[in-house]
Design a protein around this ligand. Structure first.
Ligand SMILES: Cc1ncc(COP(=O)(O)O)c(C=O)c1O
Length: 378
């Protein structure tokens, strides 16, 4: 038996702070942004943001303004950058909350300036707004395209001149497609910086690298790196494990065996009977399913740890549960089952799950759903 919850994601905040410290030592930039978008990659945004700041991060990065406002509402005062916006976004709440707004188009820059003017006209102290210009350098997602750079830089310089806004940063994001592609993106980014400087914009912050490039591409570090996957203790590389990078996985996903049954040979297991027992055996029921973010692709593929042994999932992962065939291994209702966690504890890893499911470790942790309570270890 165990004191584990029915299902839970245990989040080791001390490990997260350690990972930030470790990466900061390895990378050595003046500034470190902890990327806590998507509920901190499924780990819990507010708690992870605080742990990352304790570990030495001095910036927080999120995709949406709503995510940034959630951090502010929780009392987090650190600088925050948000970079992906609804086409009809009202930027006023973000400006009022001192969120740096990532700008990917002329229209967004105008919308931010308009929101700032409305705020100023509505009385009270003038609210300073700080933007960071995101340049498109080869990822083909958001970011200002090269043909629009000069127009955006000129408008930003004019708005800065009148004191309506500050261009605090210029940034971009790499495709990690190949070293050559990243070098080409870096060259384009540097051309963008030169073009901005020619328009009179020399920002306080320049940033390009997320975890992978921050570690492997020193030329991409500039004075800030945006660290996501690494702070959660997972490796962005296929050829280097988190342990080899000195990182500790932060999330352990576990549950308790909900039912145990002894069955004869030839018993079909779970929907569609994609698994049948080959002899008399014991089946243990694990109360996590695709509603909790367990990939259905893990069916008959991923392994779990149960009473010091490792077993493959048997049959289909269902919405709320899956089954493991444990043979003659002793298992009782209420025993702890670990789906993935720190390999130092002898359990499968998010990387093992990613390999079994044909995906990446990012997706394995980020998709863990709301029904799984997070319990935080400090
Ligand atoms: C713009 C931006 N910067 C940084 C990151 C963090 O990347 P990683 O988790 O690989 O460190 C992301 C994540 O996708 C991102 O979209």
């Amino acid at each position: 038996m165990t004191d584990a919850a029915f299902r839970e994601a245990v989040i080791d905040l001390a490990a997260l702070a350690h990972n930030v410290e470790r990466l900061r030592r390895m990378i050595g930039t003046e500034h470190t942004m902890a990327v806590v978008k998507a509920n901190a990659y499924g780990h819990g945004a507010v708690e992870c943001a605080n742990a990352a700041l304790a570990g030495g991060a001095d910036w927080l990065g999120v995709a949406d303004i709503e995510e940034a406002l959630e951090l502010r509402a929780a009392g987090i005062d650190a600088p925050i950058l948000a970079w992906l916006h609804d086409p009809d976004a009202d930027f006023a709440p973000a400006i009022a909350a001192r969120i740096d707004i990532g700008i990917s188009s002329v229209a967004q820059l105008r919308a931010v300036a308009d929101a700032q003017r409305r705020l100023a006209e509505s009385g009270g102290d003038p609210v300073p707004v700080s933007v960071q210009l995101k340049l498109e350098t080869g990822l083909s997602r958001n970011g200002i395209s090269e043909p629009d750079w000069v127009e955006v830089f000129a408008l930003a310089a004019a708005l800065a001149e009148t004191g309506e806004l500050t261009v605090r940063g210029i940034f971009s994001h790499l495709a990690n497609a190949s070293p050559a592609a990243d070098v080409a993106a870096l060259a384009l980014f540097e051309r963008g910086l030169a073009s901005a400087a020619a328009s009179g914009i020399v920002p306080e912050l320049t940033h390009l690298a997320s975890t992978a490039a921050a570690i492997r591409m020193p030329a991409a570090r500039f004075n800030l790196v945006r660290l996501g996957i690494g702070i959660y203790g997972l490796s962005p590389f296929d050829d280097l494990t988190s342990a080899e990078l000195g990182l500790t996985p932060v999330m352990t996903l576990r549950g308790r065996v909900a039912a145990v049954r002894r069955v004869p040979a030839g018993t079909g297991v779970s929907y569609d009977y994609t698994y049948r027992t080959t002899g008399e055996t014991t089946l243990a029921l694990v109360p996590l399913g695709y509603a909790d973010g367990i990939p259905r692709h893990a069916s008959n593929g991923a392994a779990v740890s149960l009473n010091d042994a490792t077993f493959l999932i048997s049959g289909r992962v269902a919405m709320d549960q899956f089954v493991v065939d444990v043979g003659s291994h002793p298992v009782a209702v209420g025993d702890e089952v670990v789906l993935f966690g720190d390999p130092a504890a002898g359990v499968p890893t998010a990387d093992d799950w990613a390999a079994a499911c044909g995906t990446i470790n990012y997706e394995i942790v980020t998709r863990i759903g709301r029904r799984v309570p997070r319990s935080f270890v400090r």
